[in-house]
Write a new protein. Structure first.
Ligand SMILES: [Zn+2]
Ligand SMILES: [Zn+2]
Length: 357
């Protein structure tokens, strides 16, 4: 049963408008009313919302899938269940909900659900607004140690890099102390991947196109650094890694990175290539049992584990603060790849200021 709210809530946000000649992505103010909540739904007042460059393509959509806020209202079943309660600080990511009945859901990989419902299907859209309605079963309490602005980017970027590090951390070839991870690309995903991999205790190599990223990569936890466009480096790196996390969102020379894998090594594709496809020669994979794997977000259990791990090991995104009102300015920076490394829009300044004291 859906529950009528005592007083309707007006939510203010930004929706994708028709692109103009000068601006590829344009967002326009929008107001919506929330009158009722489904039995499993909650209403959250947003504190902070960060910008992940994904799913901006449909006019009318309210983007945003890295969201932190405070629960203001809960649906009937949520109230009975008591796991998520009014006043709790929570976060939300790519998935708004899932069927909770298919094989993937029953195996606790809700992110891989056959009929997964991403944030754009949420009743009033994603996080580029001051409030949101979400399925309480896809909402995660935030450990106290994590500030809201630092927690927001963890819900997509953090989850995306944490999951493959958990899933593909073993090899029939390398002993645990020989297991080597490489992170390709230092951006929104890569700078978090370096931190998680390093704090998990792996030997971590950063692979970049520019030599001036070395110091920064080492600060994020890289033990080693290589410019992968340098031919001598590449030769040295053949058959060297058990797991490479591809964190760039452009097309890559897949064969070059497959050859850097040890036998049974895996190249995990996290960033979406600009062309949308991956081309690879079969020979280098067959001869050494190497594989290329896709990596789509994280399960609910993995997200909870990731948050605790980040809090415990002081893993934080490097962020630039902005505000909802400046969303178009912020988007332009993201599109031009100038964000270092995540832009977080402060929605509730009072709470953010208080957390900074
Ligand atoms: Zn994302
Ligand atoms: Zn399902």
């Amino acid at each position: 049963m859906s529950k009528q709210l005592m007083k309707p809530i007006t939510v203010k946000g930004y929706a994708v408008a028709e692109p103009t000649e000068t601006q590829k992505f344009l967002l326009k103010p929008i107001e919506q009313q929330v009158n009722s909540l489904g039995e499993n739904d909650i209403f959250v007042d947003i504190i902070a919302s960060s910008i992940c460059y994904g799913a901006f393509h449909h006019v009318g959509n309210i983007p945003g899938h890295e969201i932190v806020g405070i629960v203001r209202h809960v649906g009937e079943r949520v109230e009975k269940d008591g796991k998520i309660a009014v006043g709790m600080r929570v976060g939300m990511g790519w998935n708004y909900s899932s069927c909770l009945e298919c094989g993937s859901c029953k195996h606790h990989f809700e992110n891989l659900c056959d009929s997964s419902k991403p944030f754009m299907n949420a009743p009033i859209g994603g996080g580029f607004q001051n409030g949101v309605v979400w399925d309480s079963r896809f909402v995660y309490p935030i450990p106290e140690k994590l500030k809201s602005v630092d927690a927001a980017p963890l819900f997509c970027a953090g989850a995306a890099v944490f999951s493959p590090l958990k899933l593909y951390r073993e090899s029939p070839y390398s002993k645990p102390n020989e297991f080597k991870v490489a992170v390709l690309g230092l951006g929104g995903l890569g700078h978090l991947a370096l931190q998680f991999a390093s704090k998990m205790g792996f030997h971590v190599t950063a692979l970049s196109t520019s030599a001036n990223k070395e110091e920064e990569c080492r600060l994020f936890g890289a033990n080693d650094f290589h410019v992968h466009t340098n031919e001598n480096s590449v030769k040295q790196l053949n058959s060297n890694f058990d797991l490479i996390l591809n964190c760039v969102s452009t097309d890559i020379d897949t064969d070059k990175f497959v050859k850097m894998l040890k036998p049974f090594g895996k190249l995990a594709i996290i960033g979406v290539p600009s062309s949308g496809s991956i081309k690879a020669g079969a020979f280098a994979m067959i001869m050494k049992n190497r594989s290329i794997v896709g990596s789509g977000g994280a399960s609910n259990d993995q997200i909870r584990e990731m948050l605790n791990f980040a809090a415990e090991h002081n893993i934080k995104p490097q962020i630039e603060l902005s505000s909802l009102e400046k969303v178009n300015e912020a988007m332009e920076k993201v599109v031009k790849n100038q964000a270092r490394y995540r832009i977080v829009m402060v929605v509730d300044k009072e709470i953010v200021d208080k957390e900074n004291q």
